[in-house]
Design a protein around this ligand. Structure first.
Ligand code: AMP
Length: 215
C-alpha cells in the first residue's frame, strides 16, 4: 500500500499518517521529521534545511528528492509506506512518479485532509512537540497526560519555531502556492480522495480507512 497524505500544515495529516502506518504495518515517512532529526544531529543536511524551515519556506527540491529516494531503499518500505509532507511541489511529485514508474509501481491514493485556513491558524498555535522524540500533541485536541510533558518519553514539550503564528501564515501561503497544485495533479491521475479534516481525529481516521479499504 502506497499512500500520500496531502493537506495544509496543521491539517492533521501527520496524525492520520501515523495511525494508517500503524494499522497497515507500513512505515510513516515524514520528510519534516527526517529534517528535524538531521537538525538535531547537526548533519550537513540538517544545517541546510534549517535555514529554510525556520522561515516557513520549503527546502529545495533536490535536497528532498535525494533524501526520500534513499529512504525508499530501506527494507521496511517493501510493502509500501505512508508519505507525510512529501511530495510538496509538482517537481517532487514528478520525481516520485518517475522513480515508481521505473519499478512498474505507483501510488494508490493521495488523501487530502481538508481544513480551512482559519482553523489551521487556531490549531497550530495550540500545537506542541516533544524536544526529544518529536511526538506532537495539541493543548486542546490531543492533550498529554501531564501538561507540558511528552507521553512517549517524558521530556519537555515546546511550540516549534515553524508552528509560531507568523511562520504559520507564511507556511500557509507557501502551501497554497506550491503544494495545493498537487490536488489537481492527483485528481487528474484519478487517485485523489478528500476527507473533511475538521472532524475529530478518530472520525477522520475512520473515513480514511473507508477510502483505503473501499476499492
Ligand atoms: P512538516 O513537518 O511536514 O510540516 O515540515 C516542516 C518543514 O520541513 C516544512 O515547512 C519545510 O520547510 C520542510 N519540508 C518538509 N517536507 C518537505 C518537502 N517535501 N519539500 C520541501 N520542504 C519540506
Amino acid at each position: 500500500m502506497k499512500i500520500i497524505m496531502l493537506g495544509a500544515p496543521g491539517a492533521g495529516k501527520g496524525t492520520q499518517a501515523k495511525k494508517l502506518a500503524a494499522k497497515y504495518n507500513i512505515p510513516h515517512i515524514s520528510t519534516g521529521d527526517i529534517f528535524r532529526a538531521n537538525i538535531k544531529e547537526g548533519t550537513e543536511l540538517g544545517k541546510k534545511a534549517k535555514v529554510y524551515m525556520d522561515q516557513g519556506l520549503l527546502v529545495p527540491d533536490e535536497l528532498v528528492v535525494d533524501l526520500i529516494m534513499d529512504r525508499f531503499k530501506q527494507p521496511d518500505c517493501v510493502n509500501g509506506y505512508v508519505l507525510d509532507g512529501f511530495p510538496r511541489t509538482i517537481p517532487q511529485a514528478k520525481a516520485l512518479d518517475e522513480a515508481l514508474t521505473k519499478n512498474n509501481d505507483a501510488i494508490e491514493y493521495a488523501i487530502d485532509v481538508d481544513v480551512p485556513d482559519e482553523e489551521i491558524v487556531n490549531r497550530m498555535s495550540g500545537r506542541r512537540a516533544c524536544v526529544a522524540c518529536g511526538a506532537t500533541y495539541h493543548l486542546v485536541t490531543i492533550p498529554t497526560k501531564v501538561e507540558g510533558i511528552c507521553d512517549v518519553c517524558g521530556k519537555e514539550l515546546i511550540l516549534r519555531d515553524d508552528d509560531k503564528p507568523e511562520t504559520v501564515l507564511k507556511r500557509l501561503k507557501v502551501y497554497h502556492e506550491q503544494t495545493q497544485p498537487l490536488i489537481d495533479y492527483y485528481r487528474e491521475k484519478g487517485i485523489l480522495r478528500s476527507v473533511d479534516g475538521t472532524n475529530d481525529p478518530t472520525t477522520t481516521f475512520n473515513n480514511i480507512v473507508k477510502i483505503v479499504e473501499a476499492e
